[in-house]
Design a protein around this ligand. Structure first.
Ligand code: 3PG
Length: 306
């Protein structure tokens, strides 16, 4: 019998798990669950005899791949797959997939929600600032960036975007100004939302060279990965500019330094929670389950990333 593991350190909402269970039951696959595990060795043990694996930000490294003797497919229920060692997976003929766009709305809502939260001083009753009329620059106009732009326009923000991989016409059709040079995006916009994937090209790419270009009232919003921000540059700009603020879904490694020196100028979620809504869990979790069924039954490799 085909055996699938749902390996999620950060569990999906109950309804999502029920939906995933039903999809596999209907096709006669066995589903085993490893949720809220505390040690990587738990995942390593659990993958030993499974044919398919659904994960979130769970780490699928060389060790996990080596232990997974029968594994044919791993699906990251979500967008970023920087947590999977693709080379190790490919070397064993394991197909890796993601579920692009399925949790994008949740991430976009969190990005805007955190901007509102920081602008209103954590809803502490003191006078804050508004988003209306401010300029928002979207750095990478993918699924998340596009929805952030849409919400921001509803709030009366002026929206700009830079994405060398997306046709200018697509961006402009959304009523968003396309900035072909990334520097112009940073020069113009008080708010920058970074939505880049983490990979060898983007790691540490948001650096002093870009951040220092931002106009007065600069606020960096990161719902992507902490690794794309160059932390020395981040600390430098916090130190040099009293107007600079940083919002991030998951704290940077230098969070203690920021927290001790710059109160009121940052907000960090305690645990990555951009995609942590029932809707996003259902969308991404069920898509992952369906992709596994389709791959195992018909060889469908849509959404393969390796
Ligand atoms: C993603 O890449 O899809 C998001 O960062 C969500 O990650 P999560 O599934 O760990 O919440």
């Amino acid at each position: 019998m085909t055996k699938i593991l749902l390996g999620t350190e950060k569990p999906f909402a109950k309804e999502a798990v029920e939906g995933i269970t039903k999809i596999f039951e209907d096709v006669g696959f066995q589903l085993v669950k490893l949720e809220k595990y505390t040690n990587q060795s738990d995942l390593i043990n659990a993958v030993k005899d499974v044919d398919g694996l659904i994960i979130r930000s769970d780490i699928v490294d060389k060790e996990v791949i080596a232990a997974a003797k029968n594994l044919k497919i791993v699906v990251r229920a979500g967008a970023g797959y920087d947590n999977i060692d693709l080379t190790a997976a490919s070397s064993k003929g394991i197909v890796a997939m993601n579920t692009p766009g399925q949790n994008a709305n949740a991430v976009a809502e969190l990005a805007v929600g955190m901007m509102l939260y920081l602008n209103r001083n954590g809803f502490n009753g003191s006078a804050g600032t508004e988003l209306r009329g401010k300029k928002l620059g979207i750095h990478a106009y993918g699924h998340v960036g596009k929805i952030i732009g849409h919400i921001a326009k509803g709030l009366g923000m002026k929206v700009y975007a830079h994405d060398p991989f997306i046709d200018k016409v697509i961006i402009e059709n959304d009523g968003v100004v396309c900035e072909e040079d990334v520097k112009d995006l940073y020069k113009k916009c008080e708010y920058i939302s970074v939505n880049l994937p983490a990979n060898d090209k983007t790691r540490d790419s948001i650096n002093a060279g870009l951040l220092s270009l931002m106009p007065k009232g600069a606020t960096l919003v990161n719902t992507a990965r902490k690794e794309i921000i160059h932390e020395e540059s981040l600390l430098k700009i916090f130190e040099e500019r009293a107007d600079f603020r940083y919002i991030s879904d998951i704290a940077p490694d230098c969070k203690d330094q920021i927290a001790s020196k710059y109160p009121g100028r940052f907000f960090f979620t305690p645990k990555k929670m951009g995609a942590q809504t029932a809707e996003a869990n259902i969308n991404a979790g069920l898509a992952a389950a369906r992709q596994i069924v389709s791959f195992i039954q018909t060889g469908d490799k849509t959404f393969q990333v390796n």
